[in-house]
Design a protein around this ligand. Structure first.
Ligand SMILES: Cc1ncc(COP(=O)(O)O)c(C=O)c1O
Length: 458
């Protein structure tokens, strides 16, 4: 029996997928240098690489795209997105951007100077990259429970308030041009942040006159977690919760490819009018005019409709229920996972699953490769391939706390039987896990090496 509400939609357009033969998968792996980013999508059966831009749009979104207004300035599509933005986020100003990292780039360009700090619970890698690219220093201050895969704390994305206070004192508020928080915390397992914590973070930043920005990619999933888990919010709608969340902040960045369920798009929103003027100038230089920001008019319409659909509670009950179902089925097979279930993905602790493979031989990479080899499933390593780095002085390697493999769930895309298939493949891998070997890197760039490194089996 299904443990979660069934899909609140039926399927009227299908995209065929196909499991190629085992020998073809082996050849594909060799050609790709054992890096799943190098596979062609036709070679993949179930693609759990990311939930970003990979969801299925609704009939209302496709319908809205047909009335997209492609006027260069002041398009009707922009007006429609603008009224949805007012209804949910309530910031005084916003600009569309082509995706989340473009919003981050523009924000950093107008607000950040070299040597300044930007605290957050955990920055996502593009946010971190954009801060560093301007000479800034990103700092992660998430609560300690975030690193305990077995802790069932309900809001493992929360900021450590004591650490935040100490950090501000230590570096001085004048060296912090903005403070952030990511909801839900993608880099920490898609775990939510409570409203109580958001309120306290807002108070701390504001007591030091530091502008507070929210990375809002998964704000709707975060709102539904608050409704489910935070006392006093059971009866509030997700829209009311979202409004309360954003009323605490001075601005937000968002990749609409997540909770707005579109294939491309994002935005940057602020209250401060002087800052907005700078943002507009930068946007016009880099992205496009302020009423389209690097997107087509039809994309703005799809975002406007998707933002509201992403907040629908029967959709969120199914969405978070599906993730929890997937996690529970994996647990039943004895596969070590990060608990409790986050919003958009399940994370397998490959270090625990494959203790015979040392960190230097990438247990997560071994599992990612085996999932593709055994079942045509694409996942992503978030362990030592992605995060280990050599000490600049001694050259000694620093390894991350956990060797994770992320199975991200595209929105409204795969059914329960697809997920049952993935569980079954992992069950078979578990039964022969001692036979899995490690990998060695043949070639890799210095930064973001997981995207393009090549490997060979040891
Ligand atoms: C929390 C978070 N912030 C920012 C981004 C960047 O968004 P984009 O990929 O649209 O540039 C992502 C994308 O995965 C994300 O998960």
């Amino acid at each position: 029996m299904s443990m979660h509400p069934p899909e609140p939609f039926r399927i009227k357009m299908v995209e065929p997928i196909h499991l190629i033969q085992e020998d073809e998968r082996e050849r594909a792996l060799q050609r790709a240098g054992y890096n799943i980013f190098g596979l062609k999508s036709d070679e993949v059966y179930i693609d759990l690489l990311t939930d970003s831009g990979t969801g299925a749009m609704s009939q209302d979104q496709w319908g809205a795209m047909m009335i997209g207004d492609e006027s260069y300035a002041g398009a009707r599509s922009y007006q429609r997105l603008s009224s949805t933005m007012d209804e949910i986020f309530g910031f005084r100003h916003f600009v569309p951007t082509h995706q989340g990292r473009a919003a981050e780039n523009i924000l950093c360009a107008v607000i950040l100077k070299e040597g300044q700090y930007v605290p957050s619970n955990m920055h996502f890698d593009t946010t971190e990259g954009n801060i560093r690219a301007r000479g800034g220093i990103p700092t992660n201050l998430v609560i300690i429970e975030a690193f305990d895969s077995e802790s069932d704390y309900p809001f493992k994305g929360n900021m450590d308030l004591k650490k935040l206070e100490e950090f501000i004192k230590q570096v001085g508020p004048e060296n912090i041009p903005l403070g952030m928080i990511t909801i839900t915390n993608n880099a920490g397992g898609g775990q939510p942040v409570s409203l109580e914590n958001l309120r306290a973070v807002s108070e701390i930043y504001h007591s030091h006159e530091i502008p507070f920005f929210i990375d809002a990619c998964r704000f709707a999933e975060n709102a539904y977690f608050i409704k489910l888990r935070e006392p006093g919010y059971e009866k509030k709608s997700t829209l009311e919760i979202a409004r309360e969340v954003f009323s605490l902040a001075d601005g937000a960045t968002m990749s609409a490819k997540k909770d707005a369920i579109v294939n491309i798009g994002g935005f940057l929103a602020v209250n401060d009018s002087a800052l907005f003027e700078k943002i507009c100038n930068e946007l016009i230089l880099r992205e496009g005019y302020i009423t389209y920001g690097g997107l087509a008019g039809r994309d703005l319409d799809a975002i406007a409709v998707g933002l509201m659909e992403g907040l629908k509670e029967e959709y969120l009950a199914y969405r978070l229920g599906q993730t929890a179902y997937f996690l529970n089925e994996l647990k039943k097979q004895g596969i070590p996972v990060i608990e409790p279930a986050g919003g958009h993905a399940v994370y397998i602790d490959a270090g625990k699953m494959l203790p015979h493979i040392p960190q230097a031989e990438f247990p997560g990479q071994s599992l990612v490769v085996e999932m593709y080899r055994s079942g045509g499933i694409r996942s992503v390593e978030l362990g030592s391939v992605a995060f280990a780095y050599p000490d600049p002085d001694t050259g000694e390697m620093h390894f991350p706390e956990m060797e994770l493999v992320r199975l991200a769930l595209p929105r409204r895309t795969y059914t329960q039987s697809h997920l049952d298939y993935v569980v079954n493949v992992l069950k078979n891998i578990t039964s022969k896990k001692e036979s899995l070997s490690g990998y060695r890197i043949l070639k890799a760039p210095k930064l973001m090496r997981h995207f393009s490194a090549t490997f060979e089996p040891i």
